[in-house]
Design a protein around this ligand. Structure first.
Ligand SMILES: [Zn+2]
Length: 467
């Protein structure tokens, strides 16, 4: 007799789909058996439903001070969004304050998250000063084996030059961790921004200047350079939020040559193109890197079963009012300055539904491939595969139960995010989670968050699996 049995569901992992029962006790999956074979104190009937491993969104920024404001989704609203979207673990980025250590950043993020999350959590450690390199070993021992460097964001004091990237990758080769990079070419980008940052052009082009000043080569050059340092050091590299066809080509070529580089893309780069910047509210869609063209979208879908290992969200939500910070001047003279837009999009509610609807329903990927991209691969490459990302005995009972008949037309008030707009407004999506369990405990029932915000836990991660 198990504490809980999920009965008669269509259980899909990265490798297989079977109809069966899942027996859960003490937060762990204990047995996967034939349909109607297991008994539990509690039973959840999953007849006609998909049962999949909870998604792991490895790229979120909750309550992040950024662009002169703070992202509006914190661990409370962010973890409710996550849970309703079938995401059972989030990995944020702990970014040290000016002059602060990695340990202080870890403590600061623990304060934001502990007691305030429905889902489990961890973070990558952002290296923003050379002194942080001395803390890498200690962070790995605390269960934090992944590090982040920004190739842009000088104004925030976050950016790393090639020297620091090189040294960090040497440390990764030595100690076994992984370096995540935000790859955009900062000097060329700054030059393009400088050329266009004049009132006449801003009046004429508005938010379109965000995409005009970030041609694809801005990302491609930075990815190429980061791959170069990974190749010569042997340090493991992971390109976050890759948005271009050129990036995918570079990563594919490097992987063929044996360079230890992995890549992630985000749902928005698969679902939106840069025509959004011509909309009346086009400035809302500004994020870095921005969404690209139709050819990039097609190339990235093609990459999902090849050189791209993970799909995440880069959730960094800002309300309409926050996005409105871009306005300069008053009345008829007012215009928008795209460099002042708080950069980022909400996304935790819609990661799995977008991939389910545009990917699985339209036949571009299988449900098993969806599970790989949002759960099994993220667990493997981020050091969680010993506890998460699969449905088998001994794993955390982190599960999303999806009713394939349920559809929702997206509008901000129907989502859990505090954001008062959605980039996916009006899209009719399936794939939302009917019931979500985190370590065996329901955090969503009948599409609504339930349970205690103290349920989510910090999870210690191991060194990422090779390959
Ligand atoms: Zn990010």
């Amino acid at each position: 007799m198990f504490e809980c049995v999920i009965r008669n569901g269509s259980i899909s992992t990265a490798n297989s789909t079977v109809v069966g029962d899942i027996g859960i006790s003490s937060g762990l999956i204990r047995e996967v058996g034939p349909a109607n074979s297991l008994t539990g104190v509690q039973t959840i009937d999953a007849t006609g439903m998909h049962v999949v491993p909870g998604a792991i969104d490895v790229h979120v920024h909750l309550e992040l001070p950024f662009c002169g404001t703070v992202s509006c989704d914190d661990f409370e609203s962010g973890s409710r969004s996550a849970a309703c979207g079938g995401v059972t673990t989030v990995i944020d980025f702990a970014i040290p304050s000016a002059g602060g250590t990695l340990l202080e950043a870890h403590d600061a993020w623990m304060k934001k998250a502990r007691g305030r999350s429905l889902v489990d959590f961890s973070w990558h450690m952002a290296i923003t000063r050379d002194e942080h390199l001395d803390e890498i070993g200690a962070m790995i021992r605390r269960g934090l084996p992944t590090f982040k460097e920004f190739m842009i964001y000088e104004a925030e004091g976050w950016n790393s030059d090639d020297g620091r990237m090189f040294r960090t990758l040497e440390a990764m080769a030595d100690l076994g961790g992984m370096l995540l990079v935000h790859a955009e070419s900062s000097r060329v980008l700054n030059e393009l921004i400088r050329r266009h940052h004049v009132p006449e052009l801003m009046r004429e082009h508005g938010a379109r200047l965000h995409t005009i000043t970030r041609p694809n080569f801005v990302e491609a050059e930075a990815i190429e350079r980061a791959i170069h340092w990974s190749r010569v050091t042997g340090g493991r590299l992971y390109v976050v939020h890759m948005s271009t066809a050129e990036g995918a080509d570079l990563v594919a070529a490097a992987q063929r040559q044996g360079v230890p580089v992995l890549a992630e893309t985000c749902a928005q780069y698969l679902c939106l193109d840069d025509s959004v910047f011509s909309k009346p509210d086009g400035h809302l869609f500004a994020c870095c890197p921005q969404v690209k063209g139709r050819a990039d979208i097609e190339r990235l879908w093609h990459a999902l079963t090849r050189e791209v290992s993970v799909v995440s969200t880069d959730t960094c939500s800002f309300t309409r009012e926050q996005k409105g910070m871009w306005m300069v001047g008053q009345g008829a003279d007012a215009y928008g300055d795209w460099t002042k837009i708080p950069m980022g999009l909400p996304g935790l509610d819609t990661l799995v539904p977008l991939l389910y609807t545009l990917g699985v329903e339209s036949g571009r990927i299988t449900l098993n491939q969806l599970v790989s991209l949002v759960s099994t691969n993220p667990a493997r490459v981020m050091g969680l595969s010993h506890i998460k990302g699969d449905i088998r005995p001994g794993m955390h009972a982190d599960l999303a139960i999806i009713d394939p008949e349920f559809r929702m037309t997206v509008s901000p008030e129907r989502l859990q995010s505090r954001c008062d707009w959605s980039p996916f407004d009006g899209m009719n999506l399936a794939g939302f989670s009917h019931t979500t369990l985190v370590r065996g405990v329901p955090v969503v029932r009948d599409h609504a968050p339930v349970g205690n915000l103290s349920h989510g836990r910090f999870v210690e991660r191991r060194l990422p699996d090779a390959g």
